[in-house]
Design a protein around this ligand. Sequence first.
Ligand SMILES: C[S@@+](CC[C@H](N)C(=O)[O-])C[C@H]1O[C@@H](n2cnc3c(N)ncnc32)[C@H](O)[C@@H]1O
Length: 242
Amino acid sequence: MDSSSVQAYETSARVAAYDADMDLMHPNRHKMVEVIMAALAASTPDPRLVVDLGTGTGFLLDRLLRRFPNCRAVAIDGSQQMLSTAKSRLGSLAERVEFVIGDLRQAETFGAEIESADAVVSAYALHHLNLQEKAELMERCRARLKEDGWFLNADLVVSEDEFLEALTQQMRVAGIVDRAEGRDPRFRTATDTRRFIDELQRNECDQPQTEADDLRIMRGCGYRHVSLLWKDTREVVCGGIR
Ligand SMILES: C[S@@+](CC[C@H](N)C(=O)[O-])C[C@H]1O[C@@H](n2cnc3c(N)ncnc32)[C@H](O)[C@@H]1O
């Protein structure tokens, strides 16, 4: 696929190290998945179908399918390697999943199944899209989601305030160095860590937007009850209802 944000996830080394790296760099991912599942359970205790955007290695889907035993899922990602890792991780749970290799920016990636979905969910994927692409994706999902279906997105944001953004980045780097405890040469010092994450973000075309922009485009698409459900520093869970 002609997208550097996907090409980066077709690299065997990145895929193999992905989940361990996520735990080191984004330990909040566990909490964020819990928030998504709690929001969904509060409105739909027994969901039957969920569409996951940017499934990756299937961290979110694994938890979701265990928590909701009658739920099936459509797992969409541009990276074949990430989706095959997800399939292995899910084991027998994969029988409840339709895997779709496709670009989230293209309308043809989305089939008719979204019309019966109880929710569209996503974790750490939509910051690879620019604001316009993200708004188009949200609108495409809203137009086809069933009434009262959720759009739930766990992702990264940037601060509108440059000073606060710089502080946030310092906190981010210090957290990674602490958790790595000197065991990983990429994260021995703040300088090593900064160099590594700068290169990673460049390769993967990270372009997180502000929380205000994310909420604004969701409202602009016509979602109701749009809100920030959870936040810690530069990680958020936002949601809105069709
Ligand atoms: C940081 S990973 C997140 C994976 C997973 N949701 C998680 O929480 O660990 C981002 C995923 O989005 C996928 N991705 C990035 N840009 C994409 C695009 N334009 N279309 C489809 N998938 C894309 C990548 O292939 C990768 O698997």
